[in-house]
Design a protein around this ligand. Structure first.
Ligand code: AMP
Length: 401
C-alpha cells in the first residue's frame, strides 16, 4: 500500500512527501480508511508507530475540502510536550494545505493564555489541548465548539492515569453529539473500555501489537547495589563518547538528586520533571535537541512521546515499574534504523521486576560485569522475595497469639 491509494488532496500529498513519509506505517494502513469512512475508532498503539499521522491525515483531508470558518477538530493529549509535538506534526503535514492549529496547554504566561484564547475565538481549524487548560478556556464562555466534527483522545490511558476522566467528560459536554470520535491508547485497561463505551459510537477497533525494541539497540544490564550506581554512571559517561544521553529514574526526588551529583562530577546534565516551569522544560529540550546539552535525567514523563532523533545512550537508573515502560524508555534510542545503547541498572530489589521485562521481550539481556574498582554487585536471584517488597505488611506489628 502507498499513500497515493488514499486519494488525498494533491497539496496534502505534497506536504506528506516533504515530510519524507514514503509508505504508510501499519497503523496508518489500518486506520486511515476507517477514519475516511466516518467510523469511530478505538486504536491500541504506542508512540513511534506513526499513530499521530494516522488520525491527522484523514482529518486534514476532510478539512481541506470544507469551509474553514469554525474549529473542526479537537485533539486532547495528556502533556504539553505531546500537545506541542502533535501541533508540530499538523504544521508539517498541513504545510501546503493552509490549515491552522493551536496547542493549548497550561504553564505559560498571560500573553500565551490570551493568544490561545484569541485563536480559539477566531475559529482555528484544529485545537490540540491538555484537558485542564482547555476547561479553563471553555469555562470563560466565549469559545464555541458547536461545529466540531472530530474529537481525538491521544494517549487516553495516560490521561486517565493523570486523573482527567471527569475533565474529558466535561469537555465533551461542550461539543456536538454528532461527531467522529477517535481514541488512541497504548494500553487497554478496563477504565479505557468504560470511557470508550461512554463516548464512542459503534467503534471499529485496531490493535498494533506492542513493538519490540528496535534491532539497532544494544541492550545491556549491570547488577548493582544502590551505592554503586552513581560511580557506575559517571564512569560510563566519562569512558564513552556519547553525544546525547537520556537517564531515566522512576522518582522525581531521585532525578533531582542525581542531577546534583552528576553536576558535581563535572557532567553537563539537566533534570526534567513535572516541578519545572513550562519555559524551563522547553529550554532544556531545545538545548538537548540542538546538542548543546548532552545529558537529560528524567522520569517517565520523558519516555512517552518525546521525539528526539539520534539519542546514543539511554540509562535506566532503576528498573521501570511497568515492563512496557522499559520498551518506551529504550525506544528513545536507535530510532529510524540508527543504532544506540540501552543500559539498565538492576539492584537486588528490582530483580523480579527486571525478570518480567525479559519475559516481555522474550530474551535475556546481556549482563556486563561492573568495573573492577566498584567491587562486586548483587547476585541475580529474581525468585527471592525481598523484605522491601512487603513494606505494607508492617512486620513490627505482632500477630495476636
Ligand atoms: P508517532 O508514533 O505518531 O509519535 O510517530 C513517530 C515518528 O514517526 C514521528 O517522527 C513521525 O513524524 C514519523 N512518521 C509517522 N508516519 C510516518 C511514515 N509513514 N513514514 C515515516 N515516518 C513517519
Amino acid at each position: 500500500m502507498t499513500f497515493s491509494d488514499f486519494n488525498f488532496d494533491p497539496q496534502l500529498f505534497e506536504s506528506l512527501q516533504s515530510m519524507g513519509y514514503t509508505k504508510p506505517t501499519p497503523i496508518q494502513e489500518q486506520t486511515i480508511p476507517l477514519i475516511l469512512n466516518h467510523k469511530d475508532l478505538i486504536a491500541c498503539a504506542q508512540t513511534g508507530t506513526g499513530k499521530t499521522a494516522s488520525y491527522l491525515l484523514p482529518i486534514l483531508q476532510h478539512i481541506s475540502v470544507t469551509d474553514k470558518k469554525y474549529t473542526k477538530a479537537l485533539i486532547l493529549a495528556p502533556t504539553r510536550e505531546l500537545a506541542q509535538q502533535i501541533d508540530q506534526q499538523v504544521e508539517g503535514l498541513a504545510y501546503f494545505v493552509g490549515i491552522s492549529s493551536i496547542a493549548v496547554y497550561g504553564g505559560g504566561d498571560g500573553i500565551i493564555y490570551e493568544q490561545q484564547r484569541r485563536a480559539m475565538i477566531d475559529g482555528v481549524d484544529i485545537i490540540i489541548a491538555t484537558p485542564g487548560r482547555l476547561i479553563a478556556q471553555l469555562s470563560s464562555g466565549v469559545i464555541k465548539l458547536n461545529h466540531l466534527e472530530y474529537l481525538v483522545l491521544d494517549e487516553a490511558d495516560r490521561m486517565l492515569d493523570m486523573g482527567f476522566y471527569e475533565d474529558i467528560l466535561r469537555i465533551i459536554s461542550y461539543i456536538p453529539e454528532k461527531r467522529q470520535t477517535l481514541l488512541f491508547s497504548a494500553t487497554m485497561p478496563p477504565k479505557i473500555r468504560t470511557l470508550a463505551n461512554t463516548i464512542l459510537k459503534d467503534p471499529q477497533q485496531v490493535n498494533i501489537a506492542l513493538s519490540q525494541p528496535a534491532a539497532g539497540i544494544s541492550q545491556q544490564v549491570y547488577m548493582t547495589f544502590d551505592n554503586q550506581k552513581v560511580k557506575l554512571i559517571s564512569s560510563l559517561l566519562k569512558a564513552g563518547d556519547y553525544k546525547s544521553v537520556l537517564i531515566f529514574a522512576s522518582r522525581k526526588e531521585t532525578v533531582k538528586e542525581l542531577n546534583k551529583t552528576l553536576k558535581r562530577e563535572g557532567i553537563k546534565a539537566e533534570a526534567f520533571h513535572s516541578d519545572l516551569e513550562q519555559e524551563q522544560r522547553e529550554t532544556i529540550l531545545r538545548a538537548f535537541k540542538s546538542r548543546q546539552l548532552p545529558v537529560i535525567i528524567g522520569t517517565d514523563v520523558l519516555s512517552r512521546g518525546i521525539d528526539v532523533e539520534g539519542i546514543s545512550l539511554v540509562i535506566n537508573f532503576d528498573v521501570p515499574p511497568d515492563p512496557e515502560d522499559y520498551i518506551h524508555r529504550i525506544g528513545r534510542t536507535a530510532r529510524a534504523e540508527t543504532t544506540g545503547t540501552a543500559i539498565t541498572f538492576v539492584n537486588e530489589k528490582d530483580q523480579r521486576k527486571f525478570s518480567f521485562i525479559e519475559n516481555l521481550i522474550g530474551k535475556e539481556i546481556p549482563r556486563i560485569p561492573l568495573p573492577a574498582e566498584l567491587g562486586d554487585g548483587p547476585i541475580y536471584q529474581p525468585g527471592i522475595k525481598r523484605a522491601s517488597n512487603f513494606k505494607h505488611k508492617k512486620p513490627w506489628v505482632k500477630k495476636k497469639a
